[in-house]
Design a protein around this ligand. Structure first.
Ligand code: HEM
Length: 406
């Protein structure tokens, strides 16, 4: 209320609603979805900056498609304070292409897409089946209870990133244990920082090893480009940061959502051919990577409103994915709906580079999990499942599950 096309406000703009689990752990904050009739409203940022909040699907999509909105970290304002993060962000570290604009971004992006080939994706999808089976075997042996995050949701994507980067088998345990600390929501900042530094050091060593003796993987492929060792290690770190936590949380939260919607789970069990569209609907319904931030480089008109040069826009993926104008009955998980067009992988120049890989991982992992454990269920009441409320990737901290032994 009170917002005019000239961009003046009659009242103090609100801050970003973040309390996501009012009632249902899968729903966006009620205050956020209540804004669906104000698709691009003013928002007060953590540092006092007055920018915008895009909740409408059309507005969100238009902003993400428009190169007049920058991704450069140093231009962004944070909608909510992030512990340990300075108010003014430094530019993206070497290799982190998510924080770059054209033409720098375009150069890296071309190099990378050229290496995410159909052949490599096919090769990886065969490996997903193998890793999934191995994790399920181990889980079954240790059962009949497990933390699904630790036993399944985290190791499957981590092994896939190892495979993509060509981490040798002997180094996987070292790699996995550092990854586990980085993504451990309970670990303190120092332990996580230490593990991250150790992992970057490891990636530096890995780049040198691939240069000396290339193997059949993405990192070795990239050593034939003109990228420096530092750039290669940075890109390795980006793939890890972008590909692991996202997929792991989709697997764990997606399992939680399916267990909470038994009619949908039964439909998937009855017809595993629905796996692809189930994945798409879970991506829409859960929106784990949220929000996406951009800053206007010049005055831009979006859906009849002016976003002024210098204003940061918080693109609420979760609100856009629940926009009733785009997805009828948006709060219903419905694996039969056509969920394509959701913004869970972003949109435009930065749209997720690993989306095909992520889709394959999920389309293999969900049916395999439910086929192996036909009686899989939560081992605690649903309201006791700990949620990742403070993280920029939403999900569960752990998911205690149990099943009947044969
Ligand atoms: C970018 C989500 C899996 C690699 C993005 C963006 C989103 C996203 C929303 C856009 C960010 C922006 O516009 O600022 C997800 C989700 C995943 C997933 C929800 C899992 C379900 C993966 C995987 C990989 C990956 C498996 C790699 C193996 C990347 C990279 C970018 C990216 C490199 C940056 C692209 C660029 O800036 O041009 N992802 N992602 N992602 N993702 Fe993913």
């Amino acid at each position: 209320a009170g917002t005019t096309t000239a961009g003046t406000t009659a009242e103090e703009p609100p801050t970003l609603p973040t309390d996501r689990h009012t009632g249902c752990p899968f729903d966006p904050p009620a205050e956020l979805t209540a804004l669906s009739d104000q698709p691009l409203r003013r928002l007060r940022y953590a540092d006092g900056h007055i920018g915008r909040l895009a909740t409408g699907h059309a507005a969100a999509r238009a902003i993400l498609a428009d190169p007049r909105f920058s991704s450069r970290y140093e231009l962004l304002h944070m909608p909510v304070p992030v512990p340990g993060m300075p108010a003014e962000l430094p530019p993206a570290p070497v290799g982190d292409i998510t924080g770059l604009d054209a033409p720098e971004h375009t150069r890296y992006r071309r190099l990378l897409t050229g290496r995410f080939t159909v052949r490599r994706m096919r090769q990886l999808s065969e490996r997903v089946e193998q890793f999934t089976t191995e994790c399920l075997d181990a889980m079954e042996q240790a059962g009949p209870t497990a933390d699904l995050v630790e036993a399944f949701a985290q190791p499957v994507p981590a092994l896939m990133i190892c495979e993509l980067l060509g981490v040798p088998y002997a180094d996987r345990e070292r790699f996995q244990s550092q990854v586990a600390v980085i993504f451990d929501q309970a670990a303190d900042a120092e332990a996580r920082g230490g593990a991250y530094a150790a992992l970057l050091q490891y990636l530096n060593e890995l780049v040198l090893a691939k240069r000396a003796e290339p193997t059949d993987d993405l990192l070795s492929d990239l050593t034939t480009s003109d990228l420096t060792d530092e750039e290669l290690a940075g890109i390795g770190g980006l793939l890890l940061a972008a590909g692991l936590d996202t997929t792991a949380n989709m697997l764990a939260l997606g399992t939680f959502a399916l267990l909470s919607n038994p009619d949908q789970l039964d439909a998937l069990r009855a017809d595993p051919g629905l796996a692809g569209q189930t994945v798409e609907e879970l991506l829409r319904y859960l929106s784990v990577a949220d929000p996406i931030l951009r800053t206007a480089l010049e005055d831009v008109e979006v859906e009849g409103r002016i976003v002024k040069a210098g204003e940061t826009v918080t693109v609420s993926v979760q609100a856009a994915n629940r926009d009733p104008h785009r997805f009828p009955d948006p709060d219903r998980l419905d694996i039969h709906r056509k969920a394509t067009g959701h913004l869970s992988f972003g949109h435009g120049a930065h749209q997720c580079l690993g989306q095909q890989l992520a889709r394959v991982e999920m389309a293999v992992a969900f049916p395999a999990l439910f086929a192996r454990f036909p009686t899989l269920r939560l081992a605690v009441p649903p309201q006791e499942v700990p949620l990742r409320e403070r993280s920029n990737i939403y999900g569960v901290i752990s998911l205690p599950v149990t099943w009947d032994e044969e």
